[in-house]
Design a protein around this ligand. Sequence first.
Ligand SMILES: NC(=O)c1ccc[n+]([C@@H]2O[C@H](COP(=O)([O-])OP(=O)(O)OC[C@H]3O[C@@H](n4cnc5c(N)ncnc54)[C@H](OP(=O)(O)O)[C@@H]3O)[C@@H](O)[C@H]2O)c1
Length: 284
Amino acid sequence: MPLVTLPDGARVPALGLGTWRMGEQARTRRHEVDAVRLALELGCRLIDTAEMYGEGGAEEVVGEALAGAIADGVVTRDEVFVVTKVYPHNASRKGVAEACARSLSRLRLDHVDLYLLHWPGSHPIAETIGGFAGLVASGRIRRWGVSNFDAKGMARVWRAPGGENCAVNQVYYSASQRGIEHDLLPWQREHALPTMAYCPIDQGALAADQVFTEIGARHGVSAAQAALAWVMRDPDVIAIPKAVSAPHLRDNFAAAGLRLTARDLTEVEIAFPPPDGPEPLAMV
Ligand SMILES: NC(=O)c1ccc[n+]([C@@H]2O[C@H](COP(=O)([O-])OP(=O)(O)OC[C@H]3O[C@@H](n4cnc5c(N)ncnc54)[C@H](OP(=O)(O)O)[C@@H]3O)[C@@H](O)[C@H]2O)c1
């Protein structure tokens, strides 16, 4: 599994598991807990969730699966890098502490490895960062970051007291959504800030894409695996595809070692050209 180095030196897997749309319905919960458990058995060591997903339901799914996997000796707590996110409306100094306590209770954990502001909101960023710093100091979170921040937003984070302690920015990034390559990705590289790529297979669409199907065929892998390898082609990008189906999970966690060739990359450049100017940040 390739690793990505965070600004504080921690090394985390370049491929993790997303959990959006999990925990929304009681009738699918068992299946989702089993999916997260299978991911851990397949070697997944990074899980992304949020208080928003299923209004806490996804955190409960992750908490149940992780507790079971730890109890059964599949993983230890320290081996798994758990990411969750605070709603912007909860991101006041006091609000982040309360939201984090609720998330930890649903996750059945005493700390998360990374806590993100889900998207920019109305609370001043300096206040949110102050709240995050308090959580780092009390050991409830190991580090913090942001999500859905464009280059101007990142500059605001950097200007705030303690803002340069931000560990990642999580944004939409896939072959068909390359807008961040114009300004955000260069900004982040200049500031040594890794990118966490959400929707890396375009919510499933790239799994049926002709170009990635052909690239995958040359490597004996699926289009989804080729699309993930494209997102993970640089050493500072972490991809967090979501899957609950067992074949999808097996497919994705077998993709980690795949390296695309110059010919593959050229074909992607032609089919999915990079941005030729500034674009608003893609979001879902
Ligand atoms: N920060 C944010 O604002 C934000 C926004 C969106 C997403 N995220 C995070 O990023 C994660 C990933 O994004 P996403 O879930 O929107 O989209 P995604 O990971 O690009 O796509 C997920 C979809 O692709 C399907 N899939 C997964 N692996 C596949 C494979 N190998 N072959 C074919 N289909 C496959 C899944 O099906 P099954 O589930 O049926 O297996 C699911 O329908 C989220 O779950 C969430 O954790 C963050």
